[in-house]
Design a protein around this ligand. Structure first.
Ligand code: NAD
Length: 484
């Protein structure tokens, strides 16, 4: 096995919102793990920048606590944490005022890769971009990392793109979709484009349909107020699921190059047909005597926001005409499981007759838990007594196949932050992609808002509303079981 890790040059990384939840749970622990992996050079500096009046020691204490909570003990051996913390410092800045900006400027070193991570509320993205520019802090090669959500509709995404474009060029802007940083998602491209086996079958002639499932067991408790303004369509489908669909459906890019890959994804989004109202099922979870309902979690008794959505999507091009993509995502479902399943067609003629137990081939790509891929194939059941068929999985669990324990697969954020430092935009969304995705999503949302559509109730711990089952049943298909 060849392992090639591209070395990283020295950098100054500023984390705006460095004291926030995302920084504590993902960004700081992720940077620490990359440090332990030897990927952060000793000259690198990480600057926390947020509203709180902290000093360097205070920020290091916060980072140490985050590492203690979110990084396993094996990685914290020896003086690794101490040495990592020495790279950290802090500046109090106000995104909406002038305080702290000259101190931040004084910290930046000339001639070093600069990255600014906007881990703050999206309403502040424009303020940060503007102040970095006004105070002459960002160099023409500086990179900015923008968190989700990127707008809530086409108009707001366009406005945000325009605001960022006033101060940064597209090659400087890294729009995060952390699904693209997942090992399996990238492996999907490797499997498709580094093997001769799959590509000849990867089309409407041989693929019956595709199912993309992102199921969560948690509700919206804690972030109910935020979620209630968004819903599953905006929170999951427009971004993450759309990206997964694009990677499955896209043509081979001419090269594994950021714009070549993103050009192909964009073509898929342009090829999506508008979704008919009868091809969408929205749901909202009910409460039980022990657990709150969605409207209780959202603290909005009259909420019509969906905590579940399932839809049938058609890609109108030569490759996919006639092969539907079924997408579903929801909260409080029976298991936490994300999977892309490519379900192939039946053989044209069964030489074995009406064989009990016959199943179609399925390539299942699991994003969580235990990332990996399985190809189900039919074989002869062992033993005498005639030809009986049985389905066996050709299993490729990455953790096992690559000799890594699960904990060694880098988290999506780790990989994406290092890609920012390396200047590789392949796994980040381009502005036109985001806008095209909203242009497809907006009429769907406007449609149900216009009709006064109310989501269908479903039980917590179930597979979602009954109507979602019908979405496939009426096409003679069925959803795959949601299981861990
Ligand atoms: P948070 O509320 O926990 O933290 C916000 C941070 O912004 C704090 O550090 C705060 O000091 C800073 N801040 C607020 N106002 C400021 C100002 N005027 N000037 C300077 N700093 C200011 O938020 P979060 O959950 O960490 O989310 C940050 C971003 O990441 C948001 O865009 C969010 O949508 C996105 N995001 C978060 C998560 C998550 O799991 N928390 C997941 C995906 C995306």
């Amino acid at each position: 096995m060849v392992s090639r890790v591209i070395p990283v040059e020295s950098f100054d990384l500023v984390i705006f919102g460095g004291t926030g939840d995302l920084a504590r749970r993902k960004i700081i622990p992720g940077l620490f793990r990359r440090y332990v992996a030897g990927q952060i050079p000793e000259e690198a500096r990480i600057v926390g920048a947020a509203r709180a009046e902290l000093d360097d020691q205070g920020f290091r204490a916060l980072a140490a606590e985050a590492i203690g909570e979110f990084v396993g003990p094996a990685k914290r051996e020896g003086d690794a944490v101490e040495r990592f913390l020495a790279h950290l410092s802090y500046v109090a800045v106000d995104a909406k005022g002038e305080a702290g900006w000259s101190a931040l400027k004084a910290k930046m070193r000339p001639g070093v890769t600069q990255a600014f991570y906007f881990s703050v509320a999206p309403a502040l993205f424009g303020d940060l971009a503007e102040r970095l520019h006004l105070h002459g802090i960002a160099t023409p090669e500086a990179r900015i990392v923008v968190e989700k959500p990127f707008g809530r509709d086409l108009a707001s995404a366009r406005a945000l793109n325009a605001t960022l474009a006033a101060h940064f060029t597209e090659h400087q802007i890294y729009r995060i979709d952390h699904y693209l940083g997942k090992e399996t998602v990238q492996n999907l491209m490797a499997v498709r484009f580094a093997n001769i086996l799959f590509e000849p079958l990867w089309n409407a002639r041989h693929v019956d349909h595709v199912q993309i499932t992102v199921a969560e067991t948690v509700g919206v408790g804690g972030r109910g107020a935020y979620y209630d303004k968004s819903g599953a369509m905006r929170d999951m489908v427009q971004n993450h699921m759309m990206q997964l669909l694009c990677l499955i459906a896209m043509e081979a890019p001419y090269r594994f190059d950021p714009d070549a890959v993103r050009d192909e994804k964009l073509k898929v989004i342009h090829a999506l047909e508008p979704v008919r109202p009868e091809d969408i099922v929205r749901g909202q979870y009910r409460g039980t005597k022990d657990a709150p309902s969605y409207v209780q979690d959202a603290e909005n008794q009259s909420s019509t926001t969906e905590s579940y959505v399932a839809l049938k999507v058609n890609v109108a091009n030569w490759r996919w005409k006639g092969t539907p993509f079924y997408l579903r995502t929801g909260k409080k479902l029976r298991a936490r499981a994300s999977e892309i399943a490519v379900v192939f067609k039946e053989v044209p003629h069964s030489i074995f007759g009406e064989e009990e137990g016959w199943r179609e081939n399925v390539l299942s790509i699991r994003l969580q838990p235990n990332e990996g891929m399985t190809l189900s194939v039919m074989i002869k059941e062992p033993g005498p007594g005639g030809m009986r068929l049985t389905e066996v999985p050709l299993d490729m669990s990455f953790a096992e196949a690559l000799g890594a324990d699960g904990a060694d697969i880098p988290d999506a954020y780790e990989r994406l932050i290092m890609d920012v430092i390396r200047g590789n935009q392949t796994l980040f969304m381009r502005g036109d992609e985001v806008e095209a995705a909203w242009a497809w999503t907006d009429p769907i949302i406007a449609g149900w808002e216009g009709r006064g559509d109310r989501p269908k109730p479903y039980d917590a711990g179930s597979s979602g509303p009954e109507d979602a089952l019908m979405l496939l049943h009426r096409d003679g298909r069925r959803w795959r079981e949601i299981r861990e």
